[in-house]
Design a protein around this ligand. Structure first.
Ligand code: UFG
Length: 329
């Protein structure tokens, strides 16, 4: 299949591009490189430095590449920033997706895979979280993605030829097995890379945000899913997608680990002491977030290969130690 991957120079997009290529698909990447890395895209993949809001430009690319399906990763992802700059998030994530969908409609492309997020659930009433749980996002980031989910439902209702899969990601971590690509966010805010920077001495320590949560060890619980497993789900999702389908799947391993458990796993994975201190809660962090991932396992036959956070961290460690400055400037 000819697939246009937006955000293919980003963390999750670049891992998925490799998996799609390995499955025999022909890929083109669109990325405005505001956060993505050109060198994360394989040299043999056509690359377009184009913004999502350039509807006409995207339409031209879709036609030129004879695109049959679009996988949409390009988005801003920082919850804290979204609270300070809501319009930026609605413009990039919501209006950006609308522009892309408009270009697809003009070019007659009707298959779409969307990167949604567990943040659309907000503060969950129960864990594990099922896809049917109430969606009440508590920040503009979560809402910017939730709106796109609703828009997709409406497009599918209006056009029986259109089909989409929306994956709601939990905490994505790890790096490609060969250590050639990995996570490089500027600035980095995610737990696992920051813990590994502390292990490498790239930063003094990791601060654990909150030890008074109603969890067994007082720290937050999250569901850490390996980026390559997540990428595999996208390959299964696009290959099984049929006209008229509107599918939503959680992508998590279905088990939660606390921040303390991640620090312990990182100490084992790296053989290093992890310098840590214990601070206050970070605003907006729910105590527990973990998926029920039974639906994607049953319906798409997805099975995460990495279910032990230590393995996920080993792969991230390989990337960070071989690329201490990430992709560089
Ligand atoms: N944490 C620390 N110290 C740090 C960084 C994080 O203790 O320096 C803790 C957080 O408080 C949280 C856990 O580690 O309990 C994981 O935090 P991350 O920032 O790595 O990830 P989040 O769970 O906040 O965010 C992820 C995605 C978001 C998504 C969110 C909700 O990165 O895009 O899950 O699903 F919105």
């Amino acid at each position: 299949m000819n697939i246009l991957v937006t955000g293919g120079a980003g963390y999750i997009g670049s891992h998925t591009v490799r998996k799609l290529q390995a499955a025999g698909h022909r890929i083109a990447v669109l990325d405005n490189l505001s956060y993505g890395h050109r060198s994360a895209v394989p040299a043999d993949v056509p690359f377009y430095q184009t913004d999502l809001l350039d509807t006409d430009g995207i339409e031209t690319i879709l036609r030129q590449e004879k695109t049959e399906a679009v996988m949409h990763f390009a988005a801003l992802i920082s919850v804290g920033e979204s609270v300070k700059k809501p319009l930026l998030y609605y413009r990039n994530n919501t209006a950006g997706a609308m522009s892309l969908l408009e270009a697809m409609q003009r070019a007659g492309i009707k298959r779409f895979v969307f990167s949604s997020t567990a943040a659309t659930y907000g503060e969950p009433e129960e864990t594990p979280i099922f896809e049917t749980a109430p969606q009440q996002p508590i920040n503009p980031y979560g809402r910017s993605k939730w709106y796109v989910e609703q828009i997709l439902r409406d497009i599918a209702a209006a056009d029986s030829g259109f089909g989409f899969v929306a994956f709601r990601y939990f905490n994505v971590a790890g790096a490609a097995e060969d250590g050639s690509i990995g996570e490089d966010h500027q600035p980095e805010t995610h737990l696992i890379p920051l813990v590994l920077f502390a292990a490498m001495g790239k930063r003094d320590k990791i601060t654990v945000f909150g030890t008074d949560y109603p969890t067994p060890d007082g720290t937050c619980i999250r569901d850490y899913v390996h980026v390559d497993d997540l990428a595999d789900a996208h390959v299964l999702g696009i290959e099984s997608l049929r006209a008229g389908e509107a599918k939503f799947y959680n992508l998590g391993i279905g088990r939660g680990y606390s921040v303390r458990e991640i620090l312990d796993a990182a100490a084992r994975a790296t053989g290093r002491v992890i310098p840590a201190d214990y601070g206050l809660r970070r605003e907006g962090d729910p105590a527990r977030l973990f998926a029920d991932s039974g639906k994607v396992q049953r319906e798409l036959g997805w099975k995460p290969k990495h279910t032990d956070p230590e393995e996920v961290i080993v792969s991230a460690w390989k990337w960070h130690t071989s690329h201490p400055d990430g992709y560089g400037k």
